[in-house]
Ligand binder design. Sequence first.
Ligand code: AHG
Ligand code: MN
Ligand code: MN
Length: 310
Amino acid sequence: MAVPFTAYLLTAKEEIPHLDDDLILLLNEIVSATKEIAGKVRKAGLLSILGSAGKTNVQGEEVQKLDELANEILLENLKNCGKACQIASEEIEDCLVVSESGYTVAFDPLDGSSNIDVNVSIGTIFSIHKDSLMKPGREQLAAGYVIYGPSTMLVMSLGKGVVGFTFDPESGNFLLSHPEIKLPEKGKIYSINEANRDKWTSEGLRKFIDYLKGEKYTLRYVGSMVADVHRTLLKGGIFVYPADKKNTNGKLRLLYEASPMSFLIEQAGGIGTTGRERILDIVPEDLHQRVPVIIGSKWEVEKCLEFLHF
Ligand code: AHG
Ligand code: MN
Ligand code: MN
């Protein structure tokens, strides 16, 4: 049988010095929360938990019932395990300080909320630091996501490459299915919301997208960052959520979207940049700060930077 998640962590301890028992416990708590979330997601239509929760969050976005439920499940698990000293969630304005030191967890409990009601892949994203959340992403001890797609997959990095697990409903375990995820050097897919084309602040970006079309690239855009990044990790290419006239720093949040996803993309051999700087070098100033995101295969991201700085 394929290696279960916990068994994988126990063997990984030998080559990852910072992977101690507390971090293993914390990762298991996050993963068990995502199993519960997956259970709710997969029968949401029967539980009257679809649709809006009738409130807006700190982002000024309408909260979906499943956003709220996923948030509550993760918070419950993290508080009970007692290994997270600081907790930040997209759905909570302030950072929850549980104790002075230990691991910090930032998470997007449900990413791709606009896709919940139409049964399109969504996910949960998490990022773990030691002692403080407000560190550059290159110092993450672990980052990953669970994608609730045709299969439920956990994709994670502990700083030594990227590994993927597929949920097995029979055993109730995430089993190792992708021992080493490596981004292709170059792909043939670009992923961006072209409806915003005229609002992008960079003319170079428009020229870059036109160049890719000339190179016969295809467009794939799910509208869930987890799904668009997962495809990019496996197939290569580029995912972009740029700054535009409405969102002058882009839409995606640094702590629990851009930073963990850039960590994974870099660990898989790709590049994660805002167009001006490496995403993993940014020292966060605000819990919910947004950054432009250009991530993917080396070839496409470097080509994009050429057009941006032309
Ligand atoms: P969330 O549902 O957590 O707010 O995240 C949604 C994000 C991200 O998943 C996706 O890449 C992006 O919003 C899509 O935004 P647009 O609909 O503006 O393209
Ligand atoms: Mn999100
Ligand atoms: Mn979300």
